[in-house]
Design a protein around this ligand. Structure first.
Ligand code: GCW
Length: 601
């Protein structure tokens, strides 16, 4: 593997098709010596492995080759029978801007944009494509869903550059997707972008023709409309099915899919308004449209009803919509979950999502990417586990989370079995630790506004984003039951039972669904305030413990140094969260910590 890595940086790997890439991978690894590659086009992405043979479809053979090598390296038997992905679309959404910055990116600048242009080092793209393909990702949307000037040019003057990028990804079985600006026709002199206007429809049809002429296998368009000040059909009094279907029909002749994001809510809410409850917004907007979307439209829904918080219940829209193709959206970029400084391993969270979501409800999965061109490509070197696991998740959503994490550790580092287990243990618990110091009992949005790292308990409280906890001197949390905002009614009956009653509601979501007095007793006998204090102290303590354990792992020097630096920052961050949150609740409630620990007044 090391040799192959070096080769990638020294020069281009001479491959143009997934079959060639599969042969190259096998030929350049001792475990692949003499293995034959046999393409059966009708197998598509699927593959079959036998000793000495990788058989599969045009892209399946490459997936098969990676799996063959991984199995050998891990000392596991080859998987038996035909292997195929659960979801046909396993996408990465990269929020890369044309100036090279990445919205919510914590891994350095963009790999493919800079100075307002498509500019890239081909070897690096090839390396990224190889990495993503080896994880199992098959579509990459290269530009930010917030399409700002000059990103509109990607489907105009910059098409030849996008086509060169697409060719590099294509060799690794990955297709590109592009985020488009719903109001683009206005830029080209049309007086309107109304989806029902014949001129607008004709404009998009012609645009799609030109785009597909340049990139015939483009996966499709991705759209963020009427969300956080982006343009959309609402401007013209049209609904989102009308908007999505118009774009979908323009790309349908070329086999494209139109991915439409369901992240729609009022971001200019008056905090005094207690009737509007932001988590209810997507369901209210889209449920009435169930069954109205064209066949090549996929509605992309974030896993929770808010916005990638450390803890949210499953979005009720994912359970409600029956006649719409759905894509689950998760976020590898650690916007609210530690900026790729704090350790945060995500598969345990996805497993919780899949416990409540039948896997056949979805036709696609998507993750906001955590890739960039800085050292380690994912910021924190250990954040690469999330990218790897996301790829596996798209193939097998009900995977064994601990086994997946262990595979990543073993494929990445040559550690002793004891060190491997120790590292896996830290990775597995990292999400719970982060949650205990930033989001105890389902409280969310106590982050620094805008930046979203570090504590600011009142930061969003009097703002317009619909993200309130309404802590006062007696109580905290929002009543989202039938008697409160009624959000819980968006769930099927059994989940209403689970979340709507305090006695059934999991502790982790208690203050998300219920308003509680600080002195109320929880199931474990502790009061709410004591539990808040305890969680914050425990979180800071466990972070120090993780630091101690990780210091003893013999990582390669550069990795070890980066991990240590991140852990130092995380320890400081966790302590800050602990002190700020505990002081906040202590000052409000006037209630002492039963254990008499230090709380600053
Ligand atoms: O949480 C918000 C982020 C925005 C992002 C938006 C979205 C791309 O803060 O940066 O915009 O979500 O998902 O569209």
């Amino acid at each position: 593997m090391d040799r192959a890595w070096l080769h990638a940086w020294e020069g281009m790997i001479p491959v143009h098709t997934p079959k060639e890439a599969a042969e190259w991978e096998l030929a350049h690894a001792s475990e692949g010596a003499g293995v034959q590659v046999c393409v059966k086009p009708e197998m598509g992405e699927a593959y079959c492995l036998r000793s000495g043979i990788v058989e599969g479809g045009e892209t399946g053979v490459l997936q098969g080759a990676f799996q063959y090598l991984a199995s050998q390296r891990l000392g596991k038997p080859l998987p038996q029978g035909m292997q195929q992905p659960c979801y046909a679309l396993r996408m990465l959404n990269c929020w890369d801007n044309m100036d090279g910055s990445i919205e919510r990116g914590y891994s350095g600048p963009s790999l493919w944009f800079s100075e307002g242009r498509v500019q890239f080092v081909p070897q690096r793209i090839q390396w990224a494509a190889r990495l993503l393909s080896s994880c199992g990702v098959n579509v990459v949307c290269i530009n930010n869903v917030n399409v700002r000037e000059p990103a509109q040019e990607l489907i105009d003057s910059m098409l030849p550059d996008v086509a060169s990028l697409a060719a590099l990804f294509r060799a690794y079985g990955i297709r590109l997707m592009l985020s488009v600006d719903f109001s683009h026709p206005l830029r080209n002199g049309l007086p309107t972008a109304d989806p029902l206007d014949a001129r607008v429809q004709a404009w998009w049809r012609e645009r799609a023709r030109r785009v597909y002429e340049a990139i015939p296998d483009l996966a499709g368009f991705l759209v963020k409309a009427d969300s956080e000040h982006r343009p959309g059909p609402f401007t013209y009094g049209r609904n989102h099915a009308e908007g999505a279907n118009m774009l979908a029909s323009a790309i349908a002749p070329f086999g494209g899919v139109l991915v439409w994001r369901a992240f729609v809510y009022n971001c200019q809410q008056d905090w005094r308004d207690q009737k509007t409850d932001r988590p209810m917004a997507a369901y209210q907007t889209y449920m009435p449209l169930d069954g109205c979307f064209s066949d090549n439209v996929i509605l992309q829904v974030k896993h929770g009803p808010f916005d990638f918080q450390v803890r949210e219940p499953l979005s009720p829209l994912l359970l409600g919509m029956q006649k719409t193709h759905l894509c689950l959206e998760v976020q590898l970029a650690q916007e609210y979950t530690g900026h790729q400084i704090d350790l945060y391993t995500m598969p345990p969270m996805w497993a919780e999502v899949m416990e409540e979501l039948p896997q056949d409800r979805l036709c696609a999965v998507c993750a906001v990417g955590n890739l960039g061109s800085g050292p380690f490509l994912t910021g924190h070197p250990l954040a690469a586990v999330n990218l790897y696991a996301f790829g596996r998740f798209g193939w097998q959503p009900h995977m064994d989370v601990a086994a997946c994490i262990r595979d990543w550790v073993r494929l990445s580092y040559a550690l002793s079995p004891e060190d491997t287990e120790t590292l896996c243990g830290v990775l597995l618990k990292s999400r719970a630790v982060y949650e205990s110091y930033t989001g105890s009992l389902g409280l969310c949005w106590m982050v620094t506004p805008g930046f979203h790292y570090g504590p600011s308990p009142m930061g969003y409280e009097y703002d317009s984003w619909g993200t309130y906890h309404r802590a006062d001197r007696n109580a905290v949390g929002i009543d989202r039951t039938e008697k409160g905002t009624g959000y819980v009614l968006q769930y099927p009956a059994e989940m209403q039972e689970k979340y709507g009653k305090k006695e059934n509601c999991p502790d982790t979501l208690l203050l998300f669904f219920h308003r509680m007095r600080y002195t109320d007793r929880m199931r474990d006998g502790r009061t709410v305030i004591q539990r808040l204090y305890d969680d914050h102290f425990d979180g800071a303590q466990q972070t120090r413990e993780m630091q101690r354990v990780l210091q003893a792992i013999p990582f390669p020097a550069a990795v070890g140094q980066a991990v240590n630096q991140c852990m130092e920052k995380q320890v400081r961050n966790a302590q800050e969260w602990c002190d700020v949150s505990n002081s906040f609740f202590h000052r409000l409630s006037g209630i002492e910590d039963e254990k008499g620990r230090i709380i600053y007044d």
